[in-house]
Ligand binder design. Structure first.
Ligand SMILES: NC(=O)C1=CN([C@@H]2O[C@H](COP(=O)(O)OP(=O)(O)OC[C@H]3O[C@@H](n4cnc5c(N)ncnc54)[C@H](O)[C@@H]3O)[C@@H](O)[C@H]2O)C=CC1
Ligand SMILES: CC(C)CC(=O)C(=O)O
Ligand SMILES: [Mg+2]
Length: 350
């Protein structure tokens, strides 16, 4: 069982070191091999998703990723940007289904910027399409037209792309509270009219799941007004990117939100939902829990090891109950720790 480890940039290597320690402590005979992605790969090879990483990722059973990007690479041509490496590996491995669970641990009820009664007991799953939409659509670019600069991108989805993510979401809802909310912008965008049509066509195959639809602007508002109305949300690549960052604050911090990006056979890439956090990189203060919880998702989805996944998640709950907090979730009366100390606490709680 081989895991490709891609620490990436910014806080990536710091949070990944803790997740790797947790995986190794489980003693499950995984073979871990490290590769380069993003800015680190650009610096070493000029390519954000180099051939050696492609080979490693394709051969591995799962990929564990930190985060990519940072101001150092912001001036590069778009094709060389670290984020292109991330989009490249998602597309290359066919990782169309991005699962982003937003769960509020009871101990963090006061860490959220929302009132405890609004968020307590929160358990939402955002299912985000990951290999289509405006992030990949052609044509795209910035050109000179009629004497001024003109920027353009293309949003598109085929019905088969919508159907396959729809099925993932219906299946997920079936295993949870059987409520699925599909989020679109059908009042303005044809692409998302098709999205709504296909979701509606799928519904009769899942009579046990209640399907509703919501426009994305309202969904953004409802997520902070009354987030517990949602069970599973399914949406496209860009809306899912934005709504999942929003949902992360319901859980106290984006440093708590893990993710799984799966192909049709549950081969997966696992990464925190956040980015490389350049503002705190190198300081040893980043929250490693989203990455550690992503590793737990890897144990569950790719390696089918529910017991090991639960062991890691229980250890995370335990350290929160013990009062350990990184700066992003700190509140008076708890113990402020750095990245490595949080990793130590999880290891001790395993
Ligand atoms: N999957 C990925 O690799 C992603 C990469 N990015 C890239 O990351 C870079 C920074 O992007 P931002 O917009 O600043 O988003 P970000 O998610 O990196 O940071 C947003 C804010 O959240 C904080 N934060 C994020 N993760 C944290 C953690 N684990 N512990 C504590 N605080 C944490 C940061 O300090 C910052 O204040 C950009 O280059 C962007 O393109 C952004 C999102 C996803
Ligand atoms: C950096 C982007 C390509 C991706 C992103 O923000 C995300 O997947 O959350
Ligand atoms: Mg994002």
């Amino acid at each position: 069982m081989k895991i490709c480890v891609l620490p990436g940039d910014g806080i990536g290597p710091e949070i990944m070191a803790e997740a790797v320690r947790v995986i190794q402590a489980l003693d499950l005979k995984f073979e871990l091999e490290e590769g380069l992605l993003g800015g680190a790969a650009v610096d070493a090879t000029g390519d954000p998703y180099p051939e050696a990483t492609r080979k490693l990722a394709r051969e591995a059973d799962a990929v564990l990723l930190g985060a990519v990007g940072g101001p150092k690479w912001d001036g590069l041509l778009r094709e060389q940007r670290p984020e292109r490496g991330l989009l490249g590996i998602r597309k290359d491995l066919g990782l169309f289904a991005n699962l982003r669970p937003a769960i509020l641990y009871p101990e963090l009820a006061n860490a959220s910027t929302l009132k405890p009664e609004v968020v307590s007991g929160l358990d939402i799953l955002i299912v985000r399409e990951l290999t289509g939409d405006i992030y990949f659509g052609q044509p795209r670019g910035i050109e000179n037209r009629d004497g001024e600069r003109y920027g353009f991108n293309t949003m598109h989805y085929t019905e088969s792309e919508i159907r396959r993510i729809g099925r993932v979401a219906f299946e997920a809802a079936r295993k949870r509270n059987k409520r699925l909310c599909s989020v679109d912008k059908m009042n303005v965008l044809e692409t998302t009219q098709l999205w709504r049509d296909v979701m509606t066509e799928l519904a009769p195959e899942y009579p046990d799941v209640e399907l509703t639809h919501m426009l994305v602007d309202n969904a953004a508002m409802q997520l902070v007004r009354a987030p517990k109305q949602f069970d599973v949300m399914v949406t496209g690549n860009m809306f899912g990117d934005i709504l999942s960052d929003e949902a992360s604050m319901l859980t106290g911090s984006i440093g708590m939100l893990p993710s799984a990006s799966l192909d049709a056979n549950n081969k997966g890439l696992y990464e925190p939902s956040h980015g490389s956090a350049p503002d705190i990189a190198g300081k040893g203060v980043a929250n490693p829990l989203a990455t550690i919880l992503s590793a737990a998702m890897m144990l569950r989805y790719t390696f089918n090891n529910e017991a090991a996944a639960a062991r890691v998640e229980t250890a995370v709950k335990k350290v929160l109950a013990q009062g350990y907090r990184t700066g992003d979730i700190y509140e008076p009366g708890t113990t402020k720790v750095g990245t490595k100390q949080m990793g130590d606490a999880v290891l001790a709680a395993l």
